[in-house]
Ligand binder design. Structure first.
Ligand SMILES: CC(=O)c1csc(NC(=O)C2C[NH2+]C2)n1
Length: 130
């Protein structure tokens, strides 16, 4: 059990680094904090499950993520929300959709490049056990 806690502690350290790196990239600034209802008054009528990088950092500390897949599910949610809320062909919507897909692809690439597959396998085994 102590070994499992060590593995999850290591996962949290790794995910904080990935999350911080994404949040530092100014291309992703619109995804770093919850949407301000002043800026997009209808946002919370349209988007059922809002998500952002600052909230994900909090979820890491709350031990919400037991494997990298759980973390990437929330990245996928940020991306899906942006595609849903910005469906139009105008430049503003297109840019946000492009940035959302870039955030998602960057997160997947970072984790694939920096994470041992057997480490993720161990995390997913713990996740299945709980
Ligand atoms: C985070 C997110 O997806 C977001 C924040 S503002 C926004 N979209 C707009 O402000 C307008 C451009 N067409 C609507 N999308």
């Amino acid at each position: 059990y102590a070994r499992e806690e060590h593995t999850l502690r290591e996962l949290r350290i790794f995910l904080r680094e990935v999350c911080a790196k994404l949040a530092r990239n100014r291309l992703f600034f619109m995804f770093t904090k919850p949407v301000d209802v002043e800026e997009a008054p209808d946002y919370y009528d349209i988007i059922e499950k809002p998500m952002d990088l600052e909230s994900m950092m909090t979820r890491i500390d709350q031990h919400h993520y037991v494997c990298a897949k759980d973390f990437l599910d929330d990245i996928d949610l940020i991306c899906r929300n942006a595609l849903e809320y910005n469906p139009d062909r105008d430049q503003a919507d297109k840019l946000i959709r492009h940035r959302a897909c870039f955030l998602r692809d960057t997160a997947y690439a970072l984790i694939k490049a920096e994470m041992d597959t057997d480490f993720e396998d161990r995390c997913q085994a713990i996740s299945a056990d709980r």
